[in-house]
Design a protein around this ligand. Structure first.
Ligand code: NAP
Length: 276
């Protein structure tokens, strides 16, 4: 078994995830795994980094596929006995002009951004080694969507005692409410992406609390962040940040020094803790 530190970035064949891998290849003292659901796109991305003189390793990972997540989990367990850095970056967003019915957009978006990310956490968090760093890439869209929720929902999402099961129930209810056409009446905002990222931010707060309760002595730091508005296939060419600039906050959180006792359980943008 290798004692080399290991970092894993989900959805990193392009966009912000790719830029996070690039930065980690330069700064992380260990093996860096670029992961992608499509091995062809993943290997191509690894070759692109190779041309820059950077050495990333590849492992397949489709966060919508539990078998794929578990294959990565088993690989990490066997080869490294765990992992040191996990950046949950993979995500999707329908384009504003997309005419797919809202209920379908809700189901598909929540499936990857919330349920997929949660499944990765369920399988990989137990493997995170002491002094490990976990970064969940959320979005400022989670904050604005929170503002668009009913007072009752806002209270639940800001609660310091909400459980993961309760959060899953709420995310499932959102999808069901969109199918029944009652989501607005039930206090939800009109954004599937925003609600999915509320899920990611609140999940991060819960997971950080659980680490405090169950693994306090392990000094693991886990946070959610927004990369900013970044020029990728998701956000388009008018966005203000380059992918490398978008990677700065996730990379900062992934490389928090071993003597840091925070941030933990926070939501950050531009390397700054934001109120939730
Ligand atoms: P992007 O260029 O569209 O890249 C998204 C990445 O996620 C791609 O590598 C994609 O793979 C991967 N992915 C999607 N579904 C996946 C799945 N089921 N399993 C594994 N990988 C999957 O988007 P981006 O702008 O870099 O976004 C990265 C993260 O930042 C997302 O979580 C996004 O919500 C968040 N974010 C972005 C912005 C922005 O302005 N760009 C702002 C706030 C937050 P494929 O190539 O196979 O599709």
């Amino acid at each position: 078994m290798s004692s080399v530190p290991v970092a894993v970035v989900t959805g990193s064949n392009k966009g912000i995830g790719f830029a996070v891998v690039r930065a980690l290849c330069k700064q992380f003292p260990g093996d860096v795994y670029l992961t992608a659901r499509d091995p062809g796109r993943g290997q191509e991305a690894v070759s692109k980094l190779q041309e820059e003189g950077l050495h990333a390793l590849f492992h397949q990972l489709d966060i919508d596929d539990l078998q794929s997540i578990r294959a990565l989990r088993d690989f990490l367990k066997e080869k490294y006995g765990g992992l040191n850095v996990l950046v949950n970056n993979a995500g999707i967003a329908f384009k504003v002009r997309d005419t797919t019915p809202f209920a379908i957009q809700a189901e598909v978006t929540l499936k990857t951004n919330f349920f997929g990310t949660r499944n990765v956490c369920t399988e990989l968090l137990p493997l995170v080694k002491p002094y490990g760093r976990v970064v969940n890439v959320s979005s400022m869209a989670s904050n604005s969507a929170l503002g668009g929720c009913s007072q009752e929902l806002q209270q639940k999402f800001r609660s310091d005692t909400i459980t993961e099961d309760e959060l899953v129930e709420l995310m499932t209810k959102f999808v069901e409410d969109t199918k029944k056409g009652v989501h607005e009446r039930e206090g939800w905002p009109n954004t599937a992406y925003g609600v999915s990222k509320i899920g990611v931010t609140v999940l991060s707060r819960i997971q950080a609390r659980m680490l405090n309760e169950k693994r306090k002595g392990d000094h693991i730091l886990l946070n959610a962040c927004c990369p900013g508005w970044v020029r990728t296939d998701m956000a388009g060419p008018k966005a203000t940040k380059s992918p490398d600039e978008g990677a700065e906050t996730p990379v900062y959180l992934a490389l928090l020094p071993s003597d840091a006792d925070g941030p933990h359980g926070q939501f950050l943008s531009n390397k700054t803790v934001r109120t939730w």
